[in-house]
Design a protein around this ligand. Structure first.
Ligand SMILES: *Cc1c(COP(=O)(O)O)cnc(C)c1O
Length: 356
């Protein structure tokens, strides 16, 4: 046969996810950590990897890691689950709580992966857009869930790409107001130093997502985890690929997590650089900035798509959201090293002045 029948109807009109990664001297588009894992730790990782039997399947649930993460968060092993990046767990929530006839409550503008996963699983996405300053429209969210037909909600805190935190009191009220599963995506929590973890003790409908990709410099490795009630974790286990977290990733993450205190100075440096970058950016004429609790800043500038291009010509890659809904003329820059941030600020000054 030299033809193939149509793929599943929910795929019609979908374009594959494009991280818009381009080669550049200064990479500030993907919210990665500017520093790679340090030499000494890399040696320890090599040692750990050498001991991995490559002919055997990995521990499907990565129990050693589960135990380490559980202990650090005051939970039991069965309240933790690892995934192939946070992204796998975001797909798993759509598989386990979404599906035809079910509804996902989304708070745009936010991480586009959520709505894409809903679409792939035949889940209806119900949007409650954020307010003008990109804070959550709390009353509208509470009113919408009170209709009783939402299966799951995802709250990104800090929100990507806009940078703000969700209010903890609001999350608590939401968990009381609905039995929908509420995921709080804390991919950037190491930079905000705020978590809704205490709410887990009283709310079975809360699940928290975290990742090794940002604060722990392991974007290449693909590892994330969720914290939740035993009941919720059981459902996630039902839909996951049994061996999605390979033995090499487990070995790397064990070393990194055991040594996570060593990442603290790097995290603090990013937090310090974040205020310096915000300050520098807000002094540039024509730029409006948004405060951020994460390792990136969103800003608005006239002709943003053009600005993006001119920054790229200067060797600086940032992320262009100017064509995304609710984000007209918005760009997002990752907080990099001091030198990278200086290069970005210098390029921005030149580009902005040329635009005046
Ligand atoms: C980066 C990110 C994740 C997880 O990324 P992984 O690399 O797949 O672990 C999840 N949510 C948000 C909002 C992110 O920005």
């Amino acid at each position: 046969m030299n033809r193939v029948c149509a793929s599943a109807p929910q795929l019609q009109g979908i374009t594959p996810y494009d991280p818009k990664y381009l080669p550049a001297e200064t990479l500030l588009s993907a919210n990665e950590n500017p520093s790679d894992v340090e030499k000494e730790l890399r040696r320890e990782i090599s040692g750990e990897i050498r001991r991995v039997p490559l002919n055997r399947y990995p521990d499907p649930l990565a129990n050693e890691l589960r135990d380490m993460i559980a202990e650090a968060n005051g939970l039991d092993r069965n309240q933790v689950l690892l995934g192939n990046g946070g992204d796998e767990l975001l797909f798993n929530i759509a598989l386990a709580w979404g599906g035809p006839g079910r509804k996902f409550l989304n708070l745009p503008p936010t991480f586009s992966v959520y709505a894409a996963n809903a679409r792939l699983t035949g889940t209806e996405t119900v949007d409650v857009p954020r307010l003008e300053d990109y804070s959550i429209d709390e009353d509208a969210v509470l009113a919408r869930v009170s209709q009783g037909d939402i299966s799951y909600v995802i709250i990104t805190s800090p929100n990507n790409p806009t940078g703000g935190l969700a209010d903890g009191g609001f999350v608590a009220r939401l968990l009381e107001a609905t039995d929908a599963l509420v995921m709080v995506d804390e991919a950037y929590f190491e930079f905000s130093r705020r978590t809704v973890r205490p709410l887990l003790d009283k709310h079975k409908n809360l699940v928290i997502l975290r990742t090794f990709s940002k604060a722990f410099s392991l974007a290449a490795v693909r590892l994330g985890y969720v914290l939740g009630s035993e009941e919720v974790i059981r459902e996630f286990i039902k839909v996951r690929q049994p061996y999605s977290v390979d033995a090499l990733s487990q070995a790397v993450a064990r070393v990194v997590y055991r040594n996570r205190a060593k990442f603290e100075p790097g995290i603090q440096a990013i937090i310090d650089e974040r205020s310096r970058l915000l300050d520098g950016l807000s002094r540039i004429p024509g730029v409006s900035t948004y405060p951020s609790d994460a390792n990136y800043l969103m800003f608005r500038i006239k002709d943003a798509a053009k600005v993006w291009e001119q920054l790229y010509e200067c060797g600086v890659l940032v992320r262009d959201f100017s064509h995304a809904p609710y984000l007209e003329n918005c760009l997002r820059v990752t907080v990099g090293s001091r030198e990278e941030n200086d290069r970005f600020l210098q390029a921005m000054k030149e580009v902005a002045i040329a635009h005046l």
